[in-house]
Write a protein that binds this ligand. Structure first.
Ligand code: PLP
Length: 381
């Protein structure tokens, strides 16, 4: 086996979750998904497709009608996105891996804003690239970017700048001014931006989506944006995502898709078409339920003595720390063992997250959050 693979760290979230295996009394908030099932019209569309016998290979880039619907959806949020920039992928994580495969090879430098979902730093490492981490910093629990530090890290040697905002785990959301500054900087260094915007709709500001690089970039910019049906359409188990590529990038993406998954399942794509058809109602309704969960959890956490946490502007996580508790893995393990409370240790997102815990608030049933808060309060007493 390649050393780069052997060197990859195992998931610390799984480590904690495995400690709770076989127990049905654990309140689990460790994974990044809602407790709600995919809406019925979406499941029905996929079932109908299967019953019609749509069980064959399809186009590498996705069904033309789904690509068209995605282009229309993206255009509604960000201004014109042409269909010849859209490729359908089998999940958001695959979209990100394809973006990396398109851009980086052994020895290339990739700068990543951290802490972040660990898959983002593992993917370039798998391809033999060098990963340079630039840390967000917490102030009173709210994480922010030192723009000058990031600009200093991105040089003409940097092949890719990888940014995830709204950010998993911190909830950090970029401002348009930060995006403009980075886009201009990357234009000057010739660096590609890979933007992981899978949480763009999980945004609690005044607009229907968080600021996106698509709002400010031209179709000619070196920008690839990765998206997913998982979070805002309640479709985690379906494994479907998409890429927005620069003009002229589609043929290369199609070739690469052939050698990865060849194509996404047609019945899954039919479900996605149905999801986009109801998005105008379903997404805002989901976001207001998520906001209720966020507010309930944050109010509860802020009441607990010794807890530092800020209200996240985006994403579906509260990222918090407890005074005097610096070993997040030990604390997360103790919370499972003693309280049946399942949280993700901050160290799972890199050393920058050490001492913090991540709590996914995507719970339709608010009383689950209340019960979790009681268990945490017990543990801290
Ligand atoms: C930051 C981030 N990017 C991408 C993904 C990928 O989502 P999926 O592979 O389910 O589409 C996730 C999932 O948790 C995520 O947190």
């Amino acid at each position: 086996m390649r050393q780069a693979i052997l060197d990859l760290p195992g998931s610390k979230i799984r480590e904690v979750a495995n400690a709770g295996l076989g127990r049905n009394d654990v309140l689990a908030f460790w994974f990044g998904e809602s407790d709600e099932v995919t809406p019925e019209p979406v499941r029905q569309a996929a079932a109908d497709s299967l019953l019609r016998g749509e069980t064959f290979y399809s186009h590498n880039l996705g069904l033309p009608e789904l690509r068209q619907a995605i282009a229309q959806y993206a255009t509604g949020l960000h201004g014109e996105v042409q269909v010849d920039r859209v490729a359908v992928t089998s999940s958001g994580v695959t979209a990100l891996m394809l973006a990396m495969q398109l851009l980086v090879g052994a020895g290339d430098e990739v700068v990543v804003v951290v802490p972040v979902w660990p898959n983002l730093t593992a993917q370039p490492a798998i391809l033999g690239a060098t990963v340079r981490r630039v840390a967000l910093r917490p102030k009173d629990g709210a994480w922010g970017l030192d723009l000058d530090e990031l600009r200093a890290a991105v040089t003409p040697r940097t092949r890719v700048l990888l940014v995830n905002a709204p950010n998993n785990p911190t909830g950090w959301t970029m401002t348009e001014a930060e995006q403009r500054a980075l886009l201009n900087h990357c234009r000057s260094t010739g660096t590609w931006i890979v933007a992981d915007e899978v949480y763009e709709r999980v945004f609690f500001g005044d607009s229907p989506a968080a600021p996106s690089f698509l709002d400010i970039a031209t179709p000619q910019d070196r920008l690839i944006v990765a998206h997913s049906f998982s979070k805002s359409f309640l479709m985690t188990g379906w494994r479907l995502g998409w890429l927005v590529l620069p003009e002229g990038g589609l043929d290369a993406a199609g070739k690469l898709l052939e050698f990865n998954s060849s194509c996404a399942p047609v019945f899954v794509q039919r479900g996605a078409l149905a999801a986009l058809a109801i998005a105008d109602e379903s997404v805002p309704a989901l976001i207001s339920r998520l906001q209720a969960g966020r507010d309930r959890l944050l109010t509860g956490l802020q009441r607990l003595p010794g807890v530092t946490v800020a209200v996240p502007p985006g994403g579906m996580y509260a990222f918090f720390r407890v005074e005097g508790q610096d070993d997040s893995l030990a604390l997360a393990r103790r919370l499972v063992a003693e309280q049946g409370l399942g949280l993700a240790p901050g160290a799972a997102f890199g050393p920058e997250g050490e001492g913090w815990l991540r709590w996914c608030f995507a719970s339709k049933d608010l009383s689950r959050l209340d019960a979790g808060l009681e268990r945490l309060a017990d543990a801290l007493r």
